[in-house]
Design a protein around this ligand. Structure first.
Ligand SMILES: Nc1ncnc2c1ncn2[C@@H]1O[C@H](COP(=O)(O)OP(=O)(O)OP(=O)(O)O)[C@@H](O)[C@H]1O
Ligand SMILES: [Mg+2]
Length: 643
């Protein structure tokens, strides 16, 4: 099968073929070894048949010079042959295994790395629709399945087929009657095998599904343990888990029972077949068609045939599973990233920082591949942005405000091209950002989100993540400016303190300041801040604001916030409702103008009748400047429209 870049959904075989590139010599070597093994194992029984005939005086002695008695000579030669065949057979087996392990592991490596890099390129529209666990399984266990199949099962399958062919050929040359008998058994066997393997596969599938349920249940519990404990739902969760376990156990027992029954039927059939050969053989011996030695030889050969057949039947179910795994991997690999470098994209020079949205309309859409399988409800998306235009001059700070769901975060995501707008352009320094390569564009943009994502690893690693190759001095300098240095120094190992998963050992404000330090290290000319202070209390919000103030100096900034202190600091405010720009202007100007901004403002501060104090972000003494309402307002994420 030839692989071509033009065939969009590559088949299972094509994918496997593509990933064996460079490893094929290992598979060829393994095949050769398997042929050696099969030949040796067919001929291994031959000396025994000869020996029996020789002892009966029906065969001539064999020559073996340095042993005295002709009888011992012959026996010695035959036993040596038995040993030699066994040695060659086992050597072939071992070598085939080694070669397959090499080929299989490398194939697995290539698949895993390719899939991983492909997953990183795929759009958010793709990832948002997938369960993380599902993707995780594809990168890990699905590829493991393929690997294990090549290493463990492939040699079984190819080896068994070769032994069967060899044995039948051997029988054919010695006695066609026995071969016919052996061939007649095959359809009977395959009928029985099909009957059982269908049932075994079905129960195995059920078992795997049940086990997957269990894993997700356990994962869910472990990630939400604070909620489970706080709501006193431990018993309920325990009971759910026990029920799940019981179902998984029942499924496992079912499939074990089926396999046992199959094994019994198979062995009985094997015995029946051997008995038939005995009867046929005795009849042929009586007619002097062949010797007792040959009869014994045939019985052993038939026995030898059943073992590989059994292996083959057993592997049949595995083939189905591996096929499914390869398909799951293929499905992801066949996806084209919806956001990708345009053919004419070029490396962006250092940005001056002029940012413009020109008649941008955007609707969250499914990837075309997902759209086919979507439920009707999915496709009725209304536009998140509708003809949005505004410009930010280099170094200017623009605040985006508006009710929840207005489309503010959507704008933030368009700037680093996490999504591409369907209509209109996002422009930087007067050029459409699609003219730049994704790498060079994103390198010059810092994004700070409300939920800071920190990685497992040291604090220094997390800050240095902003720019590859950042030195320790730069990291510390950034932490100082981000107002994070002090608390980092107080941590047990300072900058080398390991953060736990999801950095649960840090407070929200501390996490945010690390994110700011990361953005400072990045030193990008364009900055996008999406609700950087939401959810923080007055004290830590103040610390974060100081860090932000440092960060925003001299950078083109888009800041999305419900925090009036931040908004008032902006050079310009853009008010958005339902995906459209409603007002633009300075704080005082917009208040005077009336409309959405004034009403949002009044709703927040009207109740208490208090005006927020203007704050100097840089020099304010800690904690003193916050108006009384501040903490209350910030506690609701979308306070402006909820109240
Ligand atoms: N990944 C997504 N897929 C589909 N629709 C989305 C997605 N993200 C947001 N939306 C929709 O797009 C619209 C704008 O959302 P957006 O997140 O930009 O609002 P926002 O102004 O940031 O609101 P908030 O203040 O609550 O953060 C909303 O109607 C929302 O339901
Ligand atoms: Mg938002």
């Amino acid at each position: 099968m030839r692989v071509s870049d033009l065939t969009p959904p590559p088949g299972v075989r094509a994918v496997l073929y593509r990933f064996t590139a460079g490893q094929r010599r290992w598979f060829l070597a393994a095949l050769l070894m398997l042929i050696v093994e099969a030949t040796a194992s067919v001929f291994q029984v031959y000396p025994i048949g000869y020996l029996i005939d020789f002892l009966e005086g029906k065969r001539p002695p064999l020559w073996f010079a340095w042993i005295a008695s002709p009888q011992y000579r012959t026996v010695a030669l035959l036993t040596t042959a038995i040993i030699a065949f066994a040695a060659v057979r086992s050597l072939g087996d071992s070598l085939a295994e080694i070669y397959l392990a090499r080929g299989g592991r490398r194939l697995g490596y290539a698949m895993r790395v390719t899939l991983y890099s492909h997953l990183q390129q795929l759009s958010l529209a793709f990832h948002n629709r997938r369960r993380t666990g599902d993707m995780l399984r594809r990168v890990t266990s699905d590829i493991e399945q393929v690997e294990a199949f090549i290493i463990a099962s492939l040699s079984d399958i190819a080896g068994s087929v070769l032994i069967l062919i060899g044995t039948l050929a051997f029988l054919f040359f010695h006695s066609w009657q026995v071969m016919v008998l052996a061939v007649v058994v095959v359809p009977v066997l395959s009928l029985i095998a099909t009957y059982f393997s269908q049932r075994i596969t079905a129960t195995a599938r059920l078992q795997r599904a049940r086990e997957a349920d269990l894993t997700s249940a356990a994962q869910e519990l472990l990630t939400s343990i604070p909620v489970v404990k706080a709501f006193g739902q431990s018993d309920y969760e325990q009971q759910r888990f026990e029920e799940g376990s019981q179902k998984a156990m029942a499924a496992a027992l079912d499939s074990a029972g089926l396999e046992a029954r199959f094994s019994w039927v198979f062995h009985v059939l094997e015995a029946v077949c051997i008995s038939a050969v005995v009867w046929l053989g005795i009849w042929l011996v009586a007619r002097n068609a062949f010797s007792v030695g040959t009869l014994v030889l045939f019985i052993m050969l038939i026995q030898n045939m059943f073992k590989p057949t059994r292996k083959l039947i057993k592997q049949w179910a595995t083939i189905g599973k591996v096929r499914a795994s390869v398909e799951r991997v293929t499905e992801v690999l066949a996806r084209r990233p919806s956001v990708h470098d345009t053919p004419w994209a070029e490396e962006a020079a250092a940005f001056r920082g002029e940012l413009e949205l020109r008649h941008v309309s955007f609707t969250y859409q499914l990837d075309p591949e997902d759209a086919a399988s979507a439920t009707p409800g999915d496709s009725e998306a209304r536009p998140a942005l509708d003809d949005v235009s505004f410009r930010v001059r280099p170094g200017e700070v623009v605040a985006l405000v508006g009710p929840s769901g207005a489309g503010k975060s959507t704008i933030a995501q368009l700037v680093p091209r996490l999504y591409d707008p369907q209509v209109g352009e996002v422009r930087i320094d007067g050029r459409n950002i699609r003219d730049f390569t994704l790498d060079s564009l994103r390198r010059q943009i810092s994004l700070v989100l409300q939920d800071t994502i920190l990685f497992r690893g040291s604090v220094a690693h997390n800050i240095g993540y902003g720019r590859a190759g950042a030195t320790r001095d730069e990291i510390v300098a950034a932490a100082v400016r981000a107002n994070a240095h002090e608390f980092i120094e107080r941590m047990p190992d300072g900058y080398d303190t390991e953060l736990g998963e999801r950095a649960t050992n840090l407070s929200g404000g501390e996490r945010q300041r690390i994110a700011i330090a990361r953005a400072l290290v990045r030193d990008a000319p364009i900055l996008v801040l999406d609700e950087p202070t939401t959810g923080l209390d007055a004290e830590s919000s103040h610390l974060v604001l100081q860090g932000l103030h440092e960060l925003m100096k001299g950078r083109t900034t888009i800041i999305i916030s419900h925090d009036l202190h931040l908004i008032q600091k902006a050079d310009r405010i853009v008010v958005i409702r339902q995906g459209r720009i409603e007002q633009t202007g300075g704080h005082a100007e917009l208040l005077r103008e009336g409309g959405l901004y004034a009403s949002l403002h009044a709703r927040r501060f009207g109740e208490s009748g208090e005006q927020p104090a203007m704050v100097d972000l840089g020099a304010a003494p800690e904690g003193r400047w916050m108006p009384a309402t501040h903490g209350r307002v910030k506690r609701t994420k979308h306070g402006w429209d909820r109240r």
